[in-house]
Design a binder for this molecule. Structure first.
Ligand code: BEZ
Length: 187
């Protein structure tokens, strides 16, 4: 699959059909909210875990030296905590462009903090996309992140900002916190 997923996202889902759209953020969407939203709540999805397994050529790295950013991997019985946003379909023009490096929108049930479950969307980078890097040891992931930067800044700041945002909502993510700890030791 090509690097730029904007056209695929546009053709896969007709968002004007939705009465309301909930978007679940598990990575930079939690702390970099550069889009308008109608409502926002802490939320979780089931069956997935966050992993720094996606290459970043356009935000936290370059084509020559890609950084590592998050995607979700199927993980039976797991909950991934994040933040849900109720949005208008227009925001996807912006977000599809922002997240064009291999991410496709998928439908998923989102569990909101008031116990409601709503149909929503996530951006997911699957192993068949051209920017996918896949699994590596904590040390190797942290080393790549430590040495990477791109137009959006240092790759390690992506990790630090996400870890701080998770702490603020009292969530623990062992993968994220392990990478953070390893990065801090290198700094
Ligand atoms: C998110 O924060 O949900 C997100 C992560 C990676 C790409 C797009 C969105």
């Amino acid at each position: 699959m090509a690097f730029d997923t904007q056209a695929i996202n546009k053709s896969r889902q007709n968002l004007t059909d939705y009465d309301e759209i909930w978007l679940f953020g598990y990575g930079s969407l939690i702390y970099k909210v550069d889009f308008e939203f109608i409502a926002s709540e802490y939320a979780y999805i089931t069956g997935f875990s966050r992993r720094f397994w996606q290459g970043s050529h356009d935000h936290r790295g370059t084509p020559e030296y890609p950084g590592r950013v998050l995607t979700l991997t199927p993980s039976s019985g797991e909950r991934c905590f994040g933040r849900a946003f109720k949005v208008n379909h227009e925001v996807f023009e912006h977000l599809d462009h922002r997240e064009k490096n291999g991410y496709l929108r998928h439908e998923i049930p989102i569990h909101l903090s008031d116990n409601r479950t709503v149909k929503g969307l996530i951006y997911l980078a699957s192993p068949d996309n051209a920017a996918y890097l896949g699994e590596a040891s904590i040390k190797d992931i942290a080393t790549q992140i430590f040495n990477s930067s791109g137009p959006s800044g240092l790759n390690r700041d992506y990790v630090y900002e996400l870890a701080a945002a998770l702490r603020e909502q009292d969530e623990v993510d062992e993968h994220v916190f392990e990478i953070e700890k390893t990065l801090v030791a290198m700094d």
